[in-house]
Ligand binder design. Structure first.
Ligand SMILES: *Cc1c(COP(=O)(O)O)cnc(C)c1O
Length: 170
Protein backbone atom coordinates (compact mmCIF):
# COMPACT_ATOMS: atom_id res chain seq x y z
CA UNK A 1 0.00 0.00 0.00
CA UNK A 2 1.30 3.47 -0.81
CA UNK A 3 0.18 6.99 0.02
CA UNK A 4 0.93 10.57 -0.86
CA UNK A 5 1.38 12.26 2.52
CA UNK A 6 2.27 15.69 1.17
CA UNK A 7 -0.65 17.51 2.84
CA UNK A 8 0.02 16.06 6.28
CA UNK A 9 3.80 16.46 6.05
CA UNK A 10 5.97 13.91 7.86
CA UNK A 11 4.96 15.52 11.16
CA UNK A 12 1.22 15.30 10.64
CA UNK A 13 0.92 11.61 9.82
CA UNK A 14 2.86 8.54 10.95
CA UNK A 15 2.38 6.69 7.68
CA UNK A 16 4.41 3.62 8.64
CA UNK A 17 2.31 3.26 11.82
CA UNK A 18 -0.74 3.14 9.55
CA UNK A 19 0.83 0.21 7.67
CA UNK A 20 1.82 2.11 4.55
CA UNK A 21 4.65 0.46 2.56
CA UNK A 22 5.73 3.41 0.43
CA UNK A 23 5.22 7.06 1.43
CA UNK A 24 5.57 9.93 -1.03
CA UNK A 25 6.07 13.58 -0.24
CA UNK A 26 6.26 16.58 -2.50
CA UNK A 27 9.16 18.45 -0.90
CA UNK A 28 8.02 21.43 -2.95
CA UNK A 29 5.34 22.06 -0.30
CA UNK A 30 5.68 22.02 3.50
CA UNK A 31 9.03 20.21 3.62
CA UNK A 32 10.78 22.88 1.53
CA UNK A 33 8.43 25.49 2.89
CA UNK A 34 9.45 28.58 0.94
CA UNK A 35 8.02 28.05 -2.54
CA UNK A 36 11.46 28.33 -4.12
CA UNK A 37 12.44 24.71 -4.85
CA UNK A 38 10.94 21.66 -6.54
CA UNK A 39 11.57 18.16 -5.25
CA UNK A 40 10.07 15.00 -3.88
CA UNK A 41 10.87 12.05 -1.68
CA UNK A 42 9.79 8.44 -1.26
CA UNK A 43 10.34 6.45 1.90
CA UNK A 44 9.30 3.05 3.14
CA UNK A 45 10.09 -0.63 2.82
CA UNK A 46 13.62 -1.41 1.69
CA UNK A 47 12.64 -4.50 -0.28
CA UNK A 48 10.38 -2.44 -2.55
CA UNK A 49 13.03 0.12 -3.26
CA UNK A 50 15.22 -1.64 -5.78
CA UNK A 51 12.53 -2.11 -8.41
CA UNK A 52 11.18 1.37 -7.81
CA UNK A 53 14.60 2.97 -8.01
CA UNK A 54 15.43 1.24 -11.30
CA UNK A 55 12.11 2.11 -12.91
CA UNK A 56 11.74 5.62 -11.56
CA UNK A 57 15.23 6.54 -12.72
CA UNK A 58 14.23 5.57 -16.26
CA UNK A 59 10.79 7.17 -16.30
CA UNK A 60 11.10 10.18 -14.03
CA UNK A 61 14.77 10.95 -13.56
CA UNK A 62 16.40 10.45 -10.21
CA UNK A 63 18.72 13.30 -9.47
CA UNK A 64 17.67 16.56 -7.88
CA UNK A 65 19.75 19.62 -8.72
CA UNK A 66 22.21 20.46 -5.93
CA UNK A 67 20.70 23.93 -5.47
CA UNK A 68 17.17 22.52 -5.05
CA UNK A 69 18.52 19.95 -2.60
CA UNK A 70 20.26 22.69 -0.62
CA UNK A 71 17.16 24.88 -0.47
CA UNK A 72 14.97 21.97 0.66
CA UNK A 73 17.48 20.81 3.28
CA UNK A 74 17.66 24.35 4.63
CA UNK A 75 13.86 24.64 4.71
CA UNK A 76 13.48 21.32 6.54
CA UNK A 77 15.26 22.67 9.61
CA UNK A 78 12.24 24.84 10.43
CA UNK A 79 9.51 22.30 9.50
CA UNK A 80 8.27 21.76 13.10
CA UNK A 81 8.07 25.51 13.78
CA UNK A 82 6.34 26.24 10.49
CA UNK A 83 3.78 23.44 10.91
CA UNK A 84 2.80 24.79 14.34
CA UNK A 85 2.30 28.25 12.85
CA UNK A 86 0.28 26.86 9.90
CA UNK A 87 -1.98 24.93 12.29
CA UNK A 88 -2.51 27.85 14.69
CA UNK A 89 -3.41 30.15 11.80
CA UNK A 90 -5.79 27.64 10.21
CA UNK A 91 -7.52 26.99 13.55
CA UNK A 92 -8.06 30.72 14.18
CA UNK A 93 -9.40 31.30 10.66
CA UNK A 94 -11.74 28.30 10.94
CA UNK A 95 -13.24 29.39 14.30
CA UNK A 96 -13.95 32.97 13.12
CA UNK A 97 -15.34 31.60 9.85
CA UNK A 98 -18.07 29.45 11.48
CA UNK A 99 -19.45 32.39 13.45
CA UNK A 100 -19.78 34.72 10.47
CA UNK A 101 -21.01 32.62 7.54
CA UNK A 102 -24.45 33.74 6.24
CA UNK A 103 -25.32 31.34 3.41
CA UNK A 104 -23.39 28.24 4.39
CA UNK A 105 -25.12 26.63 7.36
CA UNK A 106 -23.51 24.98 10.30
CA UNK A 107 -25.02 21.50 10.17
CA UNK A 108 -23.91 17.92 9.87
CA UNK A 109 -25.09 16.25 6.68
CA UNK A 110 -24.37 16.23 2.98
CA UNK A 111 -26.17 15.85 -0.30
CA UNK A 112 -28.54 18.71 0.60
CA UNK A 113 -29.52 21.59 -1.65
CA UNK A 114 -27.87 23.84 0.95
CA UNK A 115 -24.16 24.08 1.56
CA UNK A 116 -23.23 22.94 5.04
CA UNK A 117 -20.15 23.21 7.15
CA UNK A 118 -19.42 21.03 10.11
CA UNK A 119 -16.53 20.63 12.51
CA UNK A 120 -15.78 16.93 13.03
CA UNK A 121 -13.97 16.72 16.35
CA UNK A 122 -11.70 13.70 16.42
CA UNK A 123 -12.82 12.42 19.85
CA UNK A 124 -16.54 12.64 19.16
CA UNK A 125 -16.24 11.22 15.69
CA UNK A 126 -14.26 8.21 16.85
CA UNK A 127 -16.46 7.51 19.89
CA UNK A 128 -19.65 7.56 17.85
CA UNK A 129 -18.45 5.80 14.72
CA UNK A 130 -15.44 3.58 14.23
CA UNK A 131 -14.59 2.96 17.89
CA UNK A 132 -10.96 2.32 17.01
CA UNK A 133 -8.44 0.57 19.20
CA UNK A 134 -6.00 2.79 21.01
CA UNK A 135 -3.21 2.54 18.42
CA UNK A 136 -5.67 3.27 15.59
CA UNK A 137 -7.05 6.26 17.48
CA UNK A 138 -3.56 7.61 18.06
CA UNK A 139 -2.71 7.14 14.38
CA UNK A 140 -5.91 8.96 13.35
CA UNK A 141 -5.23 11.76 15.84
CA UNK A 142 -1.71 12.16 14.47
CA UNK A 143 -3.32 12.61 11.05
CA UNK A 144 -6.44 14.68 11.84
CA UNK A 145 -5.36 16.49 15.01
CA UNK A 146 -8.34 17.68 17.09
CA UNK A 147 -10.62 17.51 14.07
CA UNK A 148 -11.39 18.73 10.56
CA UNK A 149 -14.07 20.74 8.74
CA UNK A 150 -16.38 19.14 6.24
CA UNK A 151 -17.82 21.51 3.62
CA UNK A 152 -20.23 19.80 1.20
CA UNK A 153 -21.28 22.30 -1.48
CA UNK A 154 -25.01 22.59 -2.19
CA UNK A 155 -26.88 24.05 -5.16
CA UNK A 156 -26.52 27.74 -4.33
CA UNK A 157 -24.93 30.09 -6.82
CA UNK A 158 -21.21 29.44 -6.63
CA UNK A 159 -20.42 33.15 -6.60
CA UNK A 160 -22.68 33.62 -3.56
CA UNK A 161 -20.82 30.86 -1.75
CA UNK A 162 -17.49 32.34 -2.68
CA UNK A 163 -18.68 35.78 -1.48
CA UNK A 164 -19.88 34.22 1.78
CA UNK A 165 -16.49 32.63 2.36
CA UNK A 166 -14.76 35.82 1.20
CA UNK A 167 -16.64 38.07 3.66
CA UNK A 168 -15.48 35.79 6.42
CA UNK A 169 -11.94 35.20 5.22
CA UNK A 170 -11.37 38.65 3.72
C1 LIG B 1 2.00 19.38 -5.23
C2 LIG B 1 1.66 18.00 -4.94
C3 LIG B 1 2.28 16.98 -5.65
C4 LIG B 1 3.27 17.25 -6.75
O1 LIG B 1 4.48 17.73 -6.24
P1 LIG B 1 5.48 18.64 -7.06
O2 LIG B 1 6.66 18.69 -6.17
O3 LIG B 1 4.82 19.99 -7.23
O4 LIG B 1 5.73 17.98 -8.37
C5 LIG B 1 1.96 15.69 -5.34
N1 LIG B 1 1.04 15.41 -4.38
C6 LIG B 1 0.42 16.36 -3.68
C7 LIG B 1 -0.58 15.97 -2.65
C8 LIG B 1 0.71 17.70 -3.91
O5 LIG B 1 0.10 18.66 -3.21
Amino acid sequence: MSCDATFASPLGQSSTALGIDLIMHSATKYIGGHGDAVGGAVGGRKDLFKKMRNESAIHHGAIMSPFNAWLIARGMATLPLRMKAHQAGAQAVAQKMIARLKIIHYAMSLGHHRSLIFWMATDGLMETSFKPHRAQLEAYRAYAGDGAFRLPIGLEDADDLIDDLAQVLG
